[in-house]
Design a protein around this ligand. Sequence first.
Ligand SMILES: Nc1nc2c(c(=O)[nH]1)N[C@H]1C(S)=C(S)[C@@H](COP(=O)(O)O)O[C@H]1N2
Ligand SMILES: [Mo]
Length: 212
Amino acid sequence: MFDQIRKRKQEEEAMRAAGRLPPGQALTQKFPVLHYGPVPTFNPETWDFRVWGEVEQPLRLTWEEFNQLPKTRVTMDLHCVTKWSKFDTVWEGVSVRTLIELGLVRLKPTARFVMQHAEYGFTANLPLEVVLQENFLLATHYDGKPLDPEHGYPLRGVIGFIPDRPDLKTPYLWKGAKWLRGLEFMAQDRPGFWEMAGYHNDADVWKEERYG
Ligand SMILES: Nc1nc2c(c(=O)[nH]1)N[C@H]1C(S)=C(S)[C@@H](COP(=O)(O)O)O[C@H]1N2
Ligand SMILES: [Mo]
């Protein structure tokens, strides 16, 4: 047990020395579960993924269709506003850039912000430029396996820090909606669920933008 504590501290110091531990954060080896409300059940017959708003044509994909899309793998550090950080997590899923490159989503020039819509009406907002970055993924897999139900199965938005890419904006983890069901492209920004509850709209982990 004391070995475990020592090991955690050592790894935390290594991350700090590497410039990968944002201010006020602590390293965890676990994967905490945080959300408001119950874990929804998944029905592959009725599940769909929808895109609407500032797009040339709304899109609706079934679970089967969504799974045929080309997937991307991203390794990144997760930073939660509740102060835990988890390093080198491996995610697979569909990037929004892929949806655009395939012509499935054609953005209107007025599109500037994106709202993630999840089960039970949960929402999370991000600027379009952040959603198009390599560190934002519509993730189906974590650590080589389908997501656990409590981490968002079958689909979640996920955002984290890519060590070689300090140029990319990195918001806290709450900006990725678990149990994701759609993306709304917007001309104007709107606050999501936690943003309405007082969390910071930009949520930059390096600037420690926790609360608004
Ligand atoms: N649908 C949904 N997604 C959500 C939330 C939520 O309440 N509902 N909470 C967010 C918050 S506050 C955090 S910190 C992360 C936690 O993700 P994890 O449970 O996989 O660690 O999910 C985010 N996504
Ligand atoms: Mo959170």
